[in-house]
Design a protein around this ligand. Structure first.
Ligand code: GTQ
Length: 367
């Protein structure tokens, strides 16, 4: 057989296999086992003022109740909508921004997705209850709602409260593990004083009454901004990480592992006028700019941001952060690192060229 007859015979053979729902690995190994991660997730950036204005407009439009349990507008990554991935910021992560008005109740429910909340505007008079522990939410706090815990939100103050919701929606969907249940009442009964876990754990110590507490989920449900800020200030006496600046992971105080077992959460400080070198890693991340202004370069594209904005760093994408204002930058981010790490999949690589900084080829324009 000459070469083209040989190829034809193999193709005909493959066609016969396909009719019996079988396939030849020799034609498709490279598609299945790619040399590097492949995906369709593009970076994107959303401006805070746009989101905030839409939410305020939705305020009087939408009454909270069992028909519409949460007043949330989610980030839709335009690169994923074509695949029908509703509410996907990345293939694994979801981000919503929630508005709760004074006196409102967002009724209690639970789901198998892990959820975190990062408070954008709030003075500590709106709260979430998590399995009966009520925790008040202030700007900069990270609140955990571990998988399958009952949670409702309420508001005892006078000003609108905004926060970021992060859930592992895509991950759980891929793993076909989604379950949801409404509670039979609007609110779940309280089981003790408000913020008892903050009292017991917030300083990285443990009350002796907690010696028998299991490590899962994290017994601490609210990581107060005042404590996190202090931790970052402490780090600034040391050298900044070349890729992340001064950065912390939120951790479970019993195990030292990720605060939420599946959703990774970090806060990084990029000191005024400084920047990082570029690197890439398998885990993807959704960023929220808590404070400051600057830009992030992602695969050669410049994303300029100011306080309140959100942006996406897709998997295996070169990225570096730069502060441009007079004040320090604080970037909060959520990622899928804990899951990739436990599966042994989170590789990391430093950008080698140009002393570690990318050449800027494009400036991001919204679609
Ligand atoms: O507040 O419980 O953005 O269950 C998405 C799903 C918020 C919540 C979201 C949720 C919630």
């Amino acid at each position: 057989m000459n070469q083209s007859d040989h190829r034809k015979a193999l193709d005909q053979f493959a066609d016969r296999l396909a009719k019996d729902h079988l396939g030849p690995l020799w034609d498709n190994l490279g598609t299945m086992v790619t040399k590097q991660p492949t995906h369709k997730v593009k970076p994107y950036l959303w401006k805070w003022q746009t989101i905030r204005n839409y939410l305020l407009e939705a305020g009087p439009l939408l009454a909270l109740g069992r028909e519409s349990e949460r007043r949330v507008i989610y980030l839709q990554n335009p690169s994923l909508i074509h695949e029908g991935k509703i509410g996907y910021a990345t293939d694994t992560l979801y981000v919503g921004i929630q508005l709760l008005l004074p006196g409102e109740v967002a009724p209690s429910h639970r789901h198998s997705q892990a959820a975190i909340r990062f408070i954008i505007e709030g003075k500590g008079d709106a709260f979430t209850t998590v399995n009966g522990e009520k925790t008040y939410m202030e700007r900069g706090d990270l609140v955990l709602t571990p998988p399958w815990t009952w949670h409702d939100h309420g508001h005892e103050g006078t000003e609108p409260v905004f926060w970021m919701d992060g859930l592992d929606v895509g991950l759980v969907k891929t793993l076909t593990g989604s379950f949801f249940e409404p509670y039979h009442d609007d609110t779940y009964p309280l089981n003790g004083p408000a913020d008892s876990s903050v009292a017991r754990y917030a300083s990285g110590v443990r009350s002796i009454s907690e010696r028998k507490v299991r490590g899962y989920p994290s017994p601490l449900i609210n990581y107060k901004w005042t404590n996190i800020k202090q931790a970052l200030e402490g780090l600034t006496r040391l050298d900044a990480d070349p890729y992340d600046g001064y950065a912390i992971d939120y951790v479970n105080p019993v195990t030292g592992g990720s605060a939420d077992a599946r959703l990774g959460t970090s806060m990084q400080k990029i000191a005024a006028g400084t920047g990082t070198k570029a690197h890439r890693h398998v885990h993807s991340a959704c960023y929220h700019v808590l404070e400051g202004e600057g830009y992030t370069v992602i695969n050669g594209e410049k994303f300029e941001w100011t306080q309140g904005d959100f942006f996406i760093v897709p998997p295996w994408s070169w990225h570096e952060h730069h502060s441009t204002g007079q004040t320090d930058v604080h970037l909060f981010s959520m990622n899928d690192r804990p899951v990739l790490e436990i599966l042994g999949l989170d590789q990391e690589e430093a950008y080698a060229e140009n002393n570690g900084n990318q050449f800027i080829e494009r400036i991001f324009q919204p679609e």
